[in-house]
Design a protein around this ligand. Structure first.
Ligand code: ADP
Ligand code: MG
Length: 294
């Protein structure tokens, strides 16, 4: 069993932005979802775990080893797909993987070859192995990103907003691939897409303004809102008035009307009906509670 332990982590950038604020988390094998709005601090946290940047204070331990003191220890055991994967050279997928494998320390040529073919197969890119990665579609690039992250059999994989910008079919394909990576390593998936966490993760954390605001099992979090989420379809013009009187946690357009969700222990008003909560209710409810506090 692998363990990642984040203790009281803070990061303030040189311009004064506090991106992470006294955050603590314990993560073990399986798929862990890190959910939060843009600017919440997800990418900062991922880069810090990957030992690509240093925190201002706090400790990160991987399998009991302090990675701030031993950054090579996590780098050797980590696969990372950054939010911006950067420039793709005009060389084939196979050659780029070969190059990255050497950088990861896989010096045996046969071992490298076998592993690359296996990963291209796993990510459904084998038939494209001789094409340049820069000619790949968005979905293919992200699958390539997973292939490179899996080089060297890492014990922990970090993927930062991997499905942003993918069309629904590519996103589905990518998520299926992620779910196949298995339960024997740590996979940290950062996203602002609630459905991805619901579909894939058994553990999750929600962060906002660099702070941990909720941690746990997605289904348990959903259960905690049972019989507390009320919905009503209203006219677009009524939204402002309803916002004044009710704690609206989310609103969705639905065939020209607006469907609002309100968190309440009892029926907020006539016309409201109980609805079964989902993870987006959890997410928007905790975010709105947190905004009220600030
Ligand atoms: P997320 O990935 O959740 O969108 P980020 O970690 O990218 O959040 O950003 C968290 C906050 O830190 C934001 O306010 C962002 O503008 C700021 N930030 C991120 N990177 C830098 C940087 N290199 N220098 C200064 N501020 C940064
Ligand atoms: Mg980000």
């Amino acid at each position: 069993m692998n363990s990642l332990s984040i203790k009281n982590l803070s990061k303030t950038y040189e311009n004064g932005t506090q991106a992470i604020d006294h955050l603590s988390l314990e993560i073990s094998n399986g798929m862990f979802g890190l959910l939060g709005p843009n600017g919440a601090g997800k990418s900062t946290l991922m880069r810090t775990i990957a030992a690509l940047q240093e925190p201002t204070s706090g400790i990160i331990e991987f399998n009991g080893i302090n990675i701030l003191e031993n950054p090579m220890f996590i780098r050797q055991n980590l696969g990372y797909l950054p939010q911006e994967f950067g420039v793709y050279p005009k060389i084939s997928a196979y050659r780029l993987l070969d190059h990255l494998a050497i950088l990861k320390g896989i010096f045996n040529k046969k071992e490298r070859h076998d592993q690359i073919l296996y990963l291209l197969q796993q990510t459904n890119l084998l038939q494209h192995k001789d094409k340049a990665v820069h000619s790949f579609s968005g979905g293919m690039r992200q699958r390539f990103g997973i292939a490179q992250a899996l080089l060297g059999n890492p014990k922990i994989i970090i993927v930062d907003e991997p499905t942003a910008g993918l069309d629904p079919e590519e996103r589905n394909r990518f998520n299926n691939l992620l779910s196949e990576i298995g339960e024997s390593i740590i996979v940290i998936l950062s996203t602002h897409i609630v459905e991805d966490v619901r579909d894939l993760c058994t553990k999750m954390a929600i962060i906002s303004n660099g702070k941990l605001i909720l941690e746990g099992n997605p289904n348990e979090a959903i259960d905690s809102l049972k019989e507390k989420i009320w919905s009503k379809a209203i006219h677009k013009n009524e939204l402002k008035e309803y916002q004044k009187h009710f704690n609206i946690i989310s609103s969705h357009l639905n065939s020209g009307k607006i469907n609002i969700h309100v968190f309440s222990n009892q029926q907020p008003d006539s016309g409201f009906e109980l609805t079964s909560p989902d993870l987006s209710d959890v997410y928007f409810n905790i975010l709105s509670q947190n905004q009220l506090k600030n």
